[in-house]
Design a protein around this ligand. Sequence first.
Ligand SMILES: NC(=O)N[C@@H](O)C(=O)O
Ligand code: NI
Length: 171
Amino acid sequence: MTAQPALTLEIQPLTREAFAPFGELIEASDAVQHFTINAGNTERYHDLARIEPGPDGRVIVSIFRGQPRTLPFTVQMMERHPKASQAFIPMSGKPYLVVVAPAGNPPAAQDLKVFLARGDQGVNYATGVWHHPLLALETVSDFIVIDRSGPGHNCDEVQLDTPGLIPALRS
Ligand SMILES: NC(=O)N[C@@H](O)C(=O)O
Ligand code: NI
């Protein structure tokens, strides 16, 4: 099959509402339940993400140290975790990209959504949601990752028939 021309993808800001079909935004904002604790010293932004390890899995916490990607970036593949959710929470304060498609059938380029996440926004991919592996920007960046350890296969990868092209960010 001849190589298909890439489909240029639109980059949109990461908001709770726009990301809702794919999981939860992990962000301290007035949009979520929050309350003061520790005798007034601390504000708790409560219960932000639905962490799902699956019936036979265990929740684990890891750190991913991502090398920065160069834009424009061609999305050639996507992956999903059919047994569990996966959360990424930035530790380095740098922006990153989130590329997702709805759970279910393997995505086509036109199904992809690209979000530019700020360095104070995390995401939780709901179980089975298609996503691209970590796309750090600007510098080597650390992320806390909350996902699953357990028996069985928990990572499906697909190659896109038509690649998606993420353009350079407008300054
Ligand atoms: N493979 C792995 O643990 N990482 C991916 O799941 C990812 O989403 O970055
Ligand atoms: Ni993943």
